[in-house]
Design a binder for this molecule. Sequence first.
Ligand code: HEM
Length: 542
Amino acid sequence: MTFSLPLAVFILLSGAYALYRRLTRISIADIPGPASDSFLLGNICELFQNQAGETDFRWQEEYGNVVRFKGSFGEDRLLISDPKALQYIYQTSGYNFPKQNDRKEISRFISGRGILWSDGDQHKRHRKVMLPGFGGPETKAFAPLFTAQASRLVSKWIDLISVTSDQSTVVDIPLWASRTALDAVGAAAFDYKFEALENAENPLRKAYENLFAGLFGSPTKASLFATELLQYIPINLISSLLQYFPSPRLERVRQTAQLATKIAKSLVDSKAEAAMQGKGNRDVMSLLVQANASENVKAQLNEEEVLAQMRTMILAGHETTANTLTWTLLELARNPDIQGKLRHEIRSMEKVVHERGEPEFTAADFDRMSYLNAVIKESLRYHPVALFTFREASKEDVLPLSKPITTLSGEIITELPIPKGQRIMSSICAYNRIKDIFGEDSHTFKPERWLNGDVKRATSIGVYGNLMTFSSGIRSCIGWRFAILELQAFLAELVNNFEFSLTLKATRLRREACLVMIPTVEGEVEKGSQLPLMVRVASREE
Ligand code: HEM
């Protein structure tokens, strides 16, 4: 009783505030969209409880690339996949569409006050310090390191297979992908060995295992409502709630944050000492420490920011790539012809490399493998692991549109006026399926589309392949080159050595949206990320 009265008052005030906000600004109510399921939660359950992308694709088919849907308390929101509107929001308008404050606070809770959390001038400073570590040449230099990581994974799987009678075994791909990707980001970004592949009990890996699934997976109505309420609460209060509210899910994130900060701190200390002895390295971490010691105040990050940057990179840099690799191997298992074609290309290139007298592929060899790159682009298009980004208009604005919209009152509009504070969900997954860009068969996994000239580029967007997978513009993914090279190296090693095929469980897969899109098995969603594939040593006879 003592708890429910303040809660009821709070919900009432939130509702009144939401109503006030709606009545006093430009309206987007005339834009077509689905009917609301309820006043309290609008269409939120439909969006977040279905399989990842399912609702986006259905709405896109029915209403086009700009959809008005209902958030909590009847608030009109936008789900956007229109190329020109996205280009405007992410590229042209600078910082006029910041992240939503409540989402930013969740980001701060998970990875601290780093680049993902910051906005405006603060973000400019963070990005300026970090960018030099992620350029083209800097990233290409990691090719041998990524190949070495991939070879270690190959050895581990060979060990597992060698004790079986038929030279094959079932491997839970995300578990291994995440261990290897954590090691890869440790080695390349921090010049540090996490040894997660060697040690399944590695505390950092254990801490991150199914962290997103635990926090955002299979959301109940109550948890979606609680997340919705955050937008009406002052930031300081959100911060205290996340920090102190008794909840096992939140407690898990707190403990992971503590552990990651402790490890980051010891790394910073050892890098600072190396820098003092003139042994400064070019890994991202060393650059951060050097920037921190710089006399140029504009280039400085304080200790809290440096530690947050490291936590951000561990998080953004390992689950994303690991899950993309996982989804790619699933598609190769589903499509043996694509897998065979890819293996053929890898082995042809391997011959060239050996004839050159070199032991392994270089970054240039990877770039020359057109089918490998087509498979990677198609996987990033079809299974973008970051499905949405959330933004808010900082002022009244007008979104340009690629295609006119016929409003509910019958007017045809070619641009869309929006009010200050308009909450926008950019649907990366829906943009990546637009038929005008990617072809009528955009809902089919088909790497060939990238080789046949089938992909149209009417509006230039994104940083890779005109895809939104790495977002776009001033806040686009800083690690995209890093991710591509890592995927190239891992796929070249794995597909050269192994054949992948489906298990019964792998035919019951769900695309689960929990910040990062992970595979779960129908009926076993509570177990978190799973993709059991049959792995056997690939024959050398073609
Ligand atoms: C397939 C792999 C990856 C995908 C799909 C991906 C996707 C994304 C997306 C969509 C964003 C924008 C988020 C937003 O605006 O809310 C982003 C930002 C970011 N990513 Fe990635 N990412 C990947 C790999 C990586 C890697 C390997 C690293 C680092 C080693 C990295 C570091 C970052 C950072 C630091 C940001 C924040 C950039 C900023 O705000 O300026 N990512 N990523």
